[in-house]
Each structure stands twice: as C-alpha cells, then as structure tokens.
Design a binder for this molecule. Structure first.
Ligand code: GLA
Length: 372
C-alpha cells in the first residue's frame, strides 16, 4: 500500500522550473543521501514539467529532451534507485502540460506504460489544456487506472489545484495525494493563505490520499523559479510547522546543493516530521481565529499537539482554555507538554495554557493527558 503516511521527497519546479536536467537530478539524489534527508524520511526525487521535447515521437511516445537528459530516463531512474531513493515524473491530464509540452490526454495508457518501463515510481499529474467537455473525475480516473495497468506500482499525485471540489472524489479515483490550491511562491503570505484555505477540508485527507498544499519553499531565500521576495528563517519554520501539522506531503522545493544549515536542520526536524507522519492522520481542531490561529491535534499513542501561530506583525500572546477542548479542572486531569523547539517542559498544566508568540512565528507543544 502506497502513501500510508504523507509522501516525502523533492520536486524540481520551485527552484529549477524549465532549467531542469539530469545533472540536477543526480546532484539532488546525492545531496538527499549525503545531507541526511534520506534518513529523515525523504524518498521521492521528482522531475516536474519541461523534461520532454515539444512533440511526441513517431511511436506516439513522449520523448525526453536529449539535451537536458542525454542518458535517458531509464538510466536516470536507475541512478536514483541506486541511491535507495524513488524516481518521480510529471505529466498532465490535458493535451499539453502547463508549460506547453505534450500532455497525456488520450495517451494515458501508453504514457503510463512508458513511465513504468523507465522505472518511474511517482507521477505528478497536472490539469492544464484540458478539453472543456472533459471533466476532472473522468480524466484522473483514467490515468489512475492506466497507472494500475502499467505493471509497476506508481504513486499517483494529482494536481488540479482544488478544482471541481476535488477533495470529494479524488480518493475514489485512486490518487495518493492531491494538490488542493494554486501554486505556492516564496513569500509569507503565499504559504499562510494556502495553508489557511484548507483548514476546513483537512477531514478529507488521510492514509492513502493526502491533501497536498504544494511543494515546500524552506531555504529558497528569494531565489529560483517561484521567487517572490523570500521569507525569514522564522517564517520558513512556521511554514514547515503548518505543513507538518496539516499532514501535507513534504516535497522539498529548494536547491539542495546550496541549502543553508538552518533550513536543512528544519527539514530534518524529527518532532515535526513525526507529527507529519502520524499514522492516525487526524485533522487538527481549530481554536483561535483571525491572525492567531491555535490548533489542537490528536496523535497516535495518546499524545496531543497544541500549536499556536502568530500571523500578525506584532509579537503577541495565545491562550487556550482547556474547557474549550472539553477538559474541565474538575476532571482531575491536565496536560504535560513539551515545547518541541526548546525542549522546555511545562509540568502538569490545568485550566489553561498561555504562551508568547513572536510575529510570524509559532509555538508547538506536544504532550499527554495525565492525572493531577
Ligand atoms: C502547474 C502546477 C505547478 C507546476 C507547473 C508546471 O502550475 O500547479 O506545481 O507543476 O504547473 O508547469
């Protein structure tokens, strides 16, 4: 079974866009292993759009661009596999990809077979240039079946940006993750708005099919294909914490040959990753509103997370009254929490928990319920 927990890996789009090539993919696979990201759980190395020639070949198959990929896709897949990683590619449900390369519309079965022959383990499937009369559920179902018929186990990553109430049918068509929003860019407002747009829809996300709120921008610092001013390290931490709390797939979007230590450590943060990979995949309850949302999430093994965010421009305070969670002082129980970033323990707290939160920062507490 694929995607028991949110898939983790790297995708070329955020940094490289059109400038993708086999050397970048090889260097990235090397970096994932050498920099400890494989050990942290990152597995899929995914080539996004712009990998092929503009026309199909005489045999109707999509042809990898021989300048960008001189060794061919099979050799590249073999290299990625030799590192103990998995290999991902990209196509589109329409007649062309979003960047104008051949799409898989009406070629779904032959393309799926070609991907399988190359050793592809993951397919991101976009939604541009879709004929107006064709609908999303049918097109995604068709590719879902084509992948299953391909003879290889291939993770199906749908990308229709949340159109057609995707969360309601995407699990039925066999996808393992689904993009639910428009594209992220490297800015605080972009990741904040994307994450907050999905709060009410996270109940549709779970084992075998996760709501994908787009590739990560951690450490991009205003460079690359989706550059838009960049974020501070504090903001990248808030971004990663939201993606982990919402159990989105974690697809790194930065240039791993140049990633700085702060963001590399962040992407490997064991506490956040274990929240992201929690096997029960329960959506968080939202408590605080406006610019200072607070989330409470049940984890497996009787653990809980209480997460405070401050999206405002000033340092601030957050407070949770435990009776808002159903826990009264009379129950005789309280929480014993640990701040996952500082390691600081709260002791047994009853009644409420308040904490300061710096502007654009977050505080994440993890703990258990204990008898006083
Ligand atoms: C769409 C997708 C992006 C990326 C580009 C490639 O915009 O949402 O994630 O795949 O296409 O052209």
């Amino acid at each position: 079974m694929l995607a028991k927990t949110p898939p983790m890996g790297w995708n070329s789009w955020n940094t490289f866009g059109e400038a993708i090539n086999e050397q970048v993919v090889r260097d990235t696979a090397d970096a994932i292993v050498e920099k400890g990201l494989k050990d942290a759980g990152y597995e899929y190395v995914v080539i996004d759009d712009c990998w092929s020639l503009r026309q199909r070949g005489a045999d109707d198959r999509i042809v990898p661009d021989p300048v960008k990929f001189p060794s061919g896709m099979k050799a590249l897949a073999d290299y990625v596999h030799s590192k103990g990683l998995k290999f991902g590619m990209y196509s589109c449900a329409g007649t062309r990809t979003c960047a104008g390369y051949p799409g898989s519309f009406d070629y779904e079965f032959i393309d799926a077979k070609t991907f399988a022959e190359w050793g592809v383990d993951f397919l991101k499937y976009d939604f541009c240039y879709k004929p107006r009369l064709a609908n999303g559920p049918i097109l995604y179902n068709r590719m879902g079946m084509a992948l299953k018929a391909s003879g290889r186990e291939i993770l199906f990553s749908a990308c229709n940006w949340g159109s057609d109430e995707v969360e309601k049918w995407i699990r039925s068509i066999g996808a393992h993750m689904y993009r639910s929003t428009g594209d992220i860019n490297d800015s605080f407002n972009s990741f904040k708005d994307i994450a907050m747009s999905q709060v009410e829809k996270l109940a549709y996300s779970g084992p075998c099919c996760f709501n994908d709120i787009d590739m990560l921008i951690c450490g991009m610092h205003g460079k690359g294909n989706v550059a838009n001013g960049g974020c501070t390290d504090t903001e990248y931490r808030t971004h990663f914490a939201l993606w982990c709390l919402f159990q989105s797939p974690l697809m790194i979007g930065g240039d791993l040959s140049k990633i700085d230590d702060y963001n590399l450590d962040l992407l490997k943060n064991k506490e956040l990753i274990s929240i992201n990979q929690d096997p029960e995949a329960r959506p968080p309850m939202r408590l605080g509103h406006g610019d200072r949302p607070i989330f409470f999430k049940h984890l497996a093994n009787n653990e809980y997370v209480l997460a405070f965010f401050n999206f405002g421009d000033r340092d601030s305070w957050g407070d949770v009254e435990f009776y808002d969670l159903g826990l009264t002082v009379a129950s005789g129980y309280g929480f014993r929490f640990r701040d996952i970033f500082t390691g600081e323990e709260t002791g047994v707290v009853t009644g409420h928990l308040s904490t300061g939160i710096k502007s654009h920062d977050c505080r994440i507490f993890r703990g258990t319920l204990v008898e006083k």
